[in-house]
Design a binder for this molecule. Sequence first.
Ligand code: ATP
Length: 354
Amino acid sequence: MPGIPLRNGGTAARIAVIPGDGIGKEVTPEAVKVLRAVAGSAKRPMEFIEFDWGADKFLREGVSLPVGAIEILRDEFDAMLFGELGADILLGLRFKLDLYVNARPVELLHDRLTPLRDRTEKDIRLMVFRENSEGLYVGVGGFFKKGTADEIAVQEDVNSRKGVERIIRYAFEYARHNGLKRVCMSDKSNAMNFAHDLWQRVFKEVRPEYAEIDSRHLYIDTLAMEIVRDPRQFDVIVTCNLFGDIISDLGAQLAGGLGLAPSGNIHPGKTSLFEPVHGSAPNIAGKGIANPLGSVLASAMMLEFLGWKPEAVALREAVRAALQENHVTPDLGGEKRTQAVGDWLAERVEVKLK
Ligand code: ATP
């Protein structure tokens, strides 16, 4: 997608850095280290402002996100780089900043990392776009006779015409801008005959505008099977909030697991949020062995969002090289520590972009 116009007239990008909890505190500084190397070598100015929001602040001061935090992020920054923050904070930000696109690239960067037999790098390269602002995650519903044997719990699936259309259009636009030939919309319209009937109608209405793109529909259960059977069939997948949550994690495993998976929470033209998919990983936090590649790849997505595609490509290539030369952490079979991986990548992109 084309980059966004930067807040301060198109030169320096202001990035809010929020490492958050657990290994977020270890991987995020490495991503920033690599981004600083990009900024220096490519003469792309970037300004990083760090915030200590998260669980530790909550324990110290009783607040995780201070009053006005969201407005500051929205009005004063071009993008946000997160480490790990609790689901409540993240969901709040997605809704309040209307970050309606959840972009989850599934890209195999080294053959040995996929659990699929005989699949190689060229076979697994696709993008999942998950609707990120409505669906079953809006928190509309209620209990009836709670706590009794007759209890009923209702969770509403909220789908607006506007919400469905903008994510479907985003998927097509992404395909068009990136020369990708195939878009697959996935739903469960055979069972969810109201909400996903809307998805069907919108999809049918929008697809003729992208006649050069081969668009198809698969029910979500079929998609789950097909993506494992033959991932080569897919370039771009677009689906609702719940299905996107699940299918993108399935994709993450096909491409090497949690330590490597990046994500973007995007509203084109507005402050957007980039983060690794993994959580705080308390079992390894503080040991200096967390894999920073998910965070670095999220930073590459951020660069692309800011309109700095060559730099994003250089970053991804550096990650690919780290995997090839085994400059990686123990979770990927290497012996390097988190900081050593960051140092190596920073040096690599510096040389590349000079
Ligand atoms: P949270 O409750 O914050 O989601 P979690 O431990 O339940 O944390 P994740 O942090 O997402 O879930 O990860 C699950 C496991 O995967 C971790 O315990 C860890 O062993 C492994 N893992 C995840 N991310 C990384 C990483 N960046 N480097 C190494 N291992 C990782």
